[in-house]
Design a protein around this ligand. Structure first.
Ligand SMILES: Nc1ncnc2c1ncn2[C@@H]1O[C@H](COP(=O)(O)OP(=O)(O)O)[C@@H](O)[C@H]1O
Ligand SMILES: [Mg+2]
Length: 270
């Protein structure tokens, strides 16, 4: 195995709309603000991350995406898809993106081909060694596309909306990683589940307060990271395809929140 300096982190849950993409984009920004170099890989055919980071796929101006990279299945071929994120300034200097597009869905039908799960890992060989972090934004399923990311990752982190179904989706993601047969089939026995990150937390909701209290018992005290609250400024930044810093003082509170996640990654993912 080649020695990589970077740490690869896959953000997932077997539930949609729990803040996975929001966490990946805002943590990438926080890491860049701390002078870290980040490669962000959009592994969701919805390609929300690519659009929010200013790199939507346009038919009239095609770009190489994660879909072509996975299809090519050659060592190091992911280098062909890397572009700076579309945010400008220090973000463009420090955050690179492998964008996605809807065509990625077509890779699922190829899952039965020998070695298919390792295609993204193979494509990244020798490509991301010089970054500090590689972040994978997964789709809500635990199927082939998420397994492509998990086969390449060092750590899996779950975003947990503190509601029954949100906790369920995060537990299924954790249990999938804990299952040794799954890790063996993905060719990645060393993959570790590393964090349950409470997300979209709304302090006004009794259900959220209740479920937040159950998380240490379910995941273990150390695994539960600082909660990410629900704030409209995050939605606004996502809509405008801008980092929180572009929204001025409105973004300050949430920048600190995502910075806490980024600091914890720097501390624990060594
Ligand atoms: N901390 C947050 N506060 C408010 N809205 C958020 C936050 N994080 C994400 N969102 C919004 O919630 C919705 C779902 O989040 P998203 O990150 O797309 O989830 P997922 O990737 O899990 O489907 C999106 O509209 C997104 O902009
Ligand atoms: Mg998403």
């Amino acid at each position: 195995m080649p020695q990589r300096r970077n740490k690869r982190v896959a953000a997932g849950s077997n539930k949609g709309g729990v803040g996975k993409t929001g966490w990946v984009e805002m943590v990438a920004a926080a890491l860049a603000e701390m002078d870290r170099r980040v490669l962000v890989v959009d592994v969701d055919p919805q390609a929300n991350l690519s659009r929010r980071m200013g790199r939507p796929y346009r038919k009239e101006a095609p770009i190489v995406t994660v879909s072509e990279v996975v299809k090519a299945n050659e060592s190091g071929c992911a280098a062909d898809a890397i572009i700076p994120c579309g945010w400008g300034g220090i973000y463009a200097e420090r955050i690179d993106l492998i964008p996605s597009r809807f065509d990625l869905d077509n890779r699922i039908s190829e899952a039965a081909v020998m070695g298919a799960r390792q295609r993204l890992a193979r494509a990244l060989e020798g490509v991301d060694d010089d970054y500090d972090f590689t972040l994978f934004d997964c789709q809500p399923s635990l199927g082939h596309l998420t397994q492509l990311a998990l086969a390449a990752a060092d750590y899996g982190v779950a975003l947990v909306e503190p509601e029954y179904d949100g906790v369920d989706g995060a537990v299924r993601f954790r249990d999938f990683i804990h299952d040794e047969i799954n890790r063996m089939e993905m060719g990645n026995l060393d993959l570790r589940f590393a964090a349950a990150i409470p997300s979209l937390v709304d302090g006004r909701l009794a259900a959220h307060t209740h479920h937040l209290g159950t998380l240490p018992g379910i995941f273990g005290e150390e695994m539960v990271w600082e909660p990410i609250p629900l704030r409209s400024v995050v939605k606004d930044a996502a809509d405008e395809a801008q980092p929180l810093s572009a929204l001025g003082s409105r973004g300050t509170e949430m920048r600190e929140v995502y910075k806490a996640s980024a600091e914890r990654m720097i501390k624990e993912f060594v």
